[in-house]
Design a protein. Structure first.
Lengths: 467, 318
């Protein structure tokens, strides 16, 4: 990284001056180990009472997806992490679906090509049952590897920590995440005299009222995939009171709740732009930014693009609120976070290096620095930091304060509207997610009725679970 | 891969045939043995490579198809005999994928033949801008299929913004669910494949048409045969061997098509465009059931082999 970038980086940090204040615990004990010179960018890390250079000279390879937050992580890694630790980090950037396949094959083969990857928490039960990744407790509890007061794992969004744990043991560290929220055109709502919907029923009514030929009333992801339409359906399913399994462990996807939820999904998308059955979040976000779509429910991170006047025609005309509540009375947001684990096939020294990296990345200073970091002049801010203390910090709230209540909406969603069993947490998830995703899309495209689609999927799940 | 092996087999057979024609004196016999040994020596590196990258993985695939290797399950890996094939016989999605594959292959190969021949005939006589037209026709073939799939998905078929959807709306037919309706999606992926690979048929037909003897055509014209008659009674029969070759090559490619469908529809909506190859991939790498995936792939191999043998027989008979 050249001087200019370094300067820009430091400036960015300075701009968030008040944020640079670390938890009090970090100052309680003076840093004991300072062997990396007086680089001010490294100072926040030297407060941790561990030897950052204990795995010096190691090199680790990571799989990451192409996303702006990982671009920011990459940008600060070389300049700060490598300088701090002497550990080289290589990034291989591939799309999420391919990333999952590649990661699973590497883990299954035990080849240890990738020290870690930005993973899907839903895969952790699978990793754990095969012992493909190490439990993180042994790293967190080792005083030579982690300074618990400095790292403050309790500061990380509790729901994410729970989602990344299997039977109470942490297997992946959340480094970035999101909440699913309702995003709507506040100007159009005001123009039509509508109130933001508080229930799914009201949401459908507002979609119908708003929908015109050149202004779609609603959109949700329709594209088939465990991380696409099965990112939306689980929230609807739970809001309708669905349970993934009954008391005896039998799958109940085709319960009345499931069928009603899917019927609602199908009905609601009649107000969606043509082709939505093949849309993932980028298409939805772009349609909204272009003004052709009035509302959608998706990740809060899309706000940083639709509120950017350079890429959006609707910046400043947007309202945010939590998922409208379903018939069960619940609002259910996703529990999505990108998690990083340690490949158990690695040699010990590499495991140490990987843990140092994960700790560094998930730590408050790195999360803070990367939130506002401009890897390019047009770069957007990060809206998925993993720490409650940053979310509650006025400076960060100003940085992502797209509207008065944006931060509140996201924080409340993260704290109240989700639960770790948002999707069934079983090792068989990849296969279950696939058949469920096909069922949902078959219904959305009218190839099957919701009942038929879910009956078929449910009997597949019975087979998958070994029934 | 398959082609290079055929060439190799033909070459070997050629060497052997030459030798067997010679009179069998002892000296010649020794020479023949030496020559034969030398021939084997020369082809052994390629044979070894073929064995390693072709035969061994193929054998591993067939062995795997009799096992249970479920990465996403707590059940241990095991040899389970024909269970995977029994499951396949009852698997609706498998039969559906097989059917889609056959529909996809038959219709796209037929369309490629018809359109390729029509274009070749149209551009046979010198016309203005013939060179540029030929280049334009050949362009799709040089694109990577995955790029073709993405380009069609985003630039051509997207509702409202895609070129085709725009044109269809301008003509007053309204926007169509090109990739989101089961039937349209299948038509779309067949169209995409045809668009990309018709140039191949065009190229081969153009070359063959130029090499056809002119005399029969001249004689036919003198006898007063019309254009259609000349086409039906002369051009088509003379082109028959070429047609068979194109059918064989294009069928083998269409049966194992993957990239363009993968990037255009991902096999969807639902499983509407899921051909057998894509199903094998999804079973193996999305559902992580490698044993069953291997069984599906083995079945694909058998189907492809049977169809190829049938087509080669057809060619040999001619």
């Amino acid at each position: 990284m050249d001087r200019l970038n370094r300067r820009r980086l430091l400036k960015g940090t300075a701009a968030l001056g008040s944020l640079a204040a670390l938890p009090k615990s970090a100052f309680a004990a003076p840093a004991l180990i300072k062997q990396t010179g007086d680089d001010p960018a490294l100072a926040p890390y030297q407060d941790a009472q561990i030897d950052w250079r204990q795995a010096e000279g190691e090199s680790i390879a990571l799989l990451v997806t192409p996303a702006h937050y990982f671009e920011k992580f990459r940008a600060v890694t070389e300049d700060i992490f490598t300088e701090l630790t002497g550990i080289e980090v290589q990034f291989e950037v591939i799309p999420p679906k391919e990333l999952r396949e590649k990661a699973v094959l590497d883990l299954a083969a035990g080849s240890g090509n990738y020290a870690s990857h930005t993973g899907d928490p839903m895969y952790l039960p699978l990793y754990q049952s095969n012992e493909w990744v190490d439990p993180l407790d042994e790293y967190l509890n080792d005083p030579t590897l982690t300074d618990p007061a400095w790292f403050a794992v309790d500061d990380i969004i509790p729901n994410w920590i729970e989602a990344d744990s299997v039977d109470g043991t942490l297997y992946g560290m959340p480094v970035e995440g999101e909440a699913t929220i309702h995003i709507y055109r506040s100007d159009i709502y005001a123009e039509l005299g509508l109130q933001p919907p508080q229930t799914l029923e009201e949401l459908a009514q507002s979609a119908a009222a708003i929908h015109t030929d050149d202004r779609a009333g609603m959109a949700l992801r329709g594209f088939q995939g465990a991380g696409q339409n099965m990112y939306i359906f689980p929230s609807l399913f739970l809001e309708f009171g669905g349970q993934w399994f009954d008391a005896d462990g039998n799958p109940t996807l085709n319960s009345a709740a499931g069928v009603d939820a899917l019927q609602y999904y199908v009905d609601l998308l009649q107000y969606a732009p043509a082709g939505v059955e093949n849309w993932n979040w980028p298409e939805i976000m772009e349609a909204f930014a272009g003004g052709g779509l009035t509302q959608y429910v998706d990740a809060n991170s899309t706000a940083s693009v639709i509120e950017n006047p350079a890429s959006s025609t609707v910046a400043g005309k947007v309202g945010y609120q939590r998922w409208p509540a379903g018939p069960s009375g619940r609002r259910v947001t996703s529990i999505w976070n990108w998690t990083m684990s340690i490949n158990s096939a690695l040699p010990d020294e590499q495991k140490k290096a990987t843990w140092l990296y994960i700790q560094w990345l998930a730590s408050r200073p790195t999360q803070l620095l990367s939130a506002s970091y401009k890897e390019t002049p047009e770069a957007v801010v990060r809206t998925g930091v993993n720490r409650s203390s940053i979310w509650n910090d006025p400076a960060y709230q100003e940085l992502v304060g797209f509207t008065e209540d944006y931060v509140d909406v996201v924080l409340t969603s993260l704290q109240e509207d989700t639960d770790p069993n948002w999707r069934p947490r079983v090792p068989q998830w990849p296969e279950i997610g696939e058949v469920s995703a096909i069922a949902v899309q078959s219904a959305l495209t009218n190839q099957k009725t919701p009942q038929q689609a879910l009956d078929d999927a449910n009997s597949e799940i019975v087979r998958i679970m070994g029934g | 891969m398959a082609e290079s092996r055929d060439v190799l087999v033909t070459a070997t057979r050629h060497v052997v045939n030459e030798q067997s024609l010679r009179p069998g004196t002892p000296g010649r016999n020794r020479l023949r043995t030496q020559e034969s040994r030398f021939a084997w020596l020369m082809i052994s590196p390629s044979l070894l490579v073929l064995l390693l990258v072709g035969t061994v993985p193929l054998a591993a695939l067939v062995i795997m198809s009799f096992t249970r290797i479920d990465l996403a399950s707590t059940r241990p890996n095991a040899f389970i005999g024909a269970d995977n094939f029994i499951r396949m016989a009852r698997d609706d999605r498998f039969w559906h994928a097989l059917w889609v594959m056959l529909v996809y292959t038959v219709s796209s190969v037929t369309l490629q033949l018809v359109i390729g021949l029509a274009l070749a005939l149209a551009l046979l006589r010198p016309v203005r801008g013939q060179g540029a037209l030929r280049v334009a026709i050949l362009l799709p073939m040089i694109l990577a299929p995955v790029v073709v799939g993405l380009a069609w998905r985003t630039l051509i078929l997207t509702p409202d913004y895609g070129i085709i959807d725009f044109a269809v709306q301008a003509l007053g037919f309204g926007s169509q669910p090109w990739l989101t309706d089961a039937r349209w999606a299948l038509i779309s992926v067949i169209t995409i494949h045809t668009w990309q690979w018709t140039p191949f048929a065009f190229l081969v037909f153009t070359a063959t048409l130029h090499a056809l003897p002119q005399e029969p055509f001249e004689a036919a014209m003198i006898d007063g045969a019309g254009a259609w008659q000349r086409f039906r009674d002369l051009t088509l029969p003379l082109l028959w061997p070429t047609i068979i070759v194109i059918v064989i090559m294009r069928t083998m490619i269409a049966l194992r098509a993957f990239d363009a469908i993968f990037s255009a529809t991902g096999g969807g909506p639902g499983t509407a465009t899921e051909i057998l190859n894509l199903y094998a991939y999804r079973v193996s790498f999305t559902s992580l059931t490698l044993g069953y995936g291997a069984a599906v792939a083995t079945m694909l191999l058998i189907v492809t082999a049977v169809i190829s043998v049938m087509l080669f027989r057809l060619q040999a008979r001619d």
